[in-house]
Design a protein around this ligand. Structure first.
Ligand code: DC
Length: 220
């Protein structure tokens, strides 16, 4: 199976770009952030303090997370319920970032990610795919862009979804998540040594997709 790992900070356009590239190449697209978000949503729903690692760890035996690909589109299920929309709420993002720092959560989601990659040609995106989950991926890309540019994209996306947000809050959230994701003790966000850096700050969406497809083809 061909496995492409794409890692990078929040809002770099990983999901949009990877999804489009996967479609063109006929691979499935796996968004691993959705898994951490789902664990975060469970904490929110059960009023568990998601900043308390021990409390979060205790929720794991009660959680079953599953990914299904319906018409090529990834849906994530929490104990059988499709939570693909709910995981995108801003509070779910903060909860996801917090629970993703808990080693037991990472271990809990590890096998699921590995199994999908074993069975499918895929582009998998996340923070630690090239470094931890798929260290033998055929191609590893580290996708990034300047924080302001990333916040601008995320802000527009949220507005389009009808959510009322302030640009400054989006930027602040993003900078905080970047910091937390890259300074945590387990599987911090960092480029794999053998990854290829792609910076999309000055690229349009189409140019970014083309850059990723070219990078994959050149390195397979
Ligand atoms: O990509 P995203 O914004 O949906 O990810 C949500 C959170 O999950 C993010 O703050 C970091 C974490 N995450 C992670 O630690 N490892 C991954 N492979 C994917 C996401």
């Amino acid at each position: 199976m061909i496995n492409v790992a794409i890692d990078g900070p929040a809002g770099a356009g990983k999901s949009t770009i990877a999804k489009a590239a996967a479609k063109k190449l006929g691979y499935i697209y796996v968004d691993t952030g959705a898994l951490y978000r789902t664990v975060g949503v469970y904490s929110i729903r059960t009023k568990t303090d998601y900043k308390d690692p021990e409390a979060v760890e205790k929720t794991l035996p009660h959680i079953h997370v599953d990914l299904k690909f319906i018409g090529g589109v990834q849906h994530v299920f929490l104990n059988g319920e499709d939570v693909s929309e709910e995981i995108r709420l801003p509070e779910s993002s903060m909860a996801a970032s917090a629970v993703s720092a808990v080693p037991a959560v990472r271990a809990f989601l590890f096998d699921l990610q590995r199994e999908i990659a074993k069975k499918n040609n895929c582009i998998m995106d996340g923070r630690d795919i090239g470094t931890v989950v798929l260290p033998n991926a055929d191609v590893k890309i580290f996708l990034t862009a300047d924080p302001e540019k990333r916040a601008e994209r995320r802000y527009k996306e949220l507005l389009e979804k009808g959510q009322k947000v302030e640009f400054q809050d989006v930027l602040d959230d993003l900078v905080k998540r970047d910091y937390d994701d890259s300074h945590r003790a387990v599987a911090p966000l960092k480029p794999a040594e053998d990854s290829i850096l792609v910076n999309t700050t000055t690229l349009s969406l189409e140019e970014s997709i083309a850059a990723i497809i070219d990078t994959i083809k050149e390195n397979l």
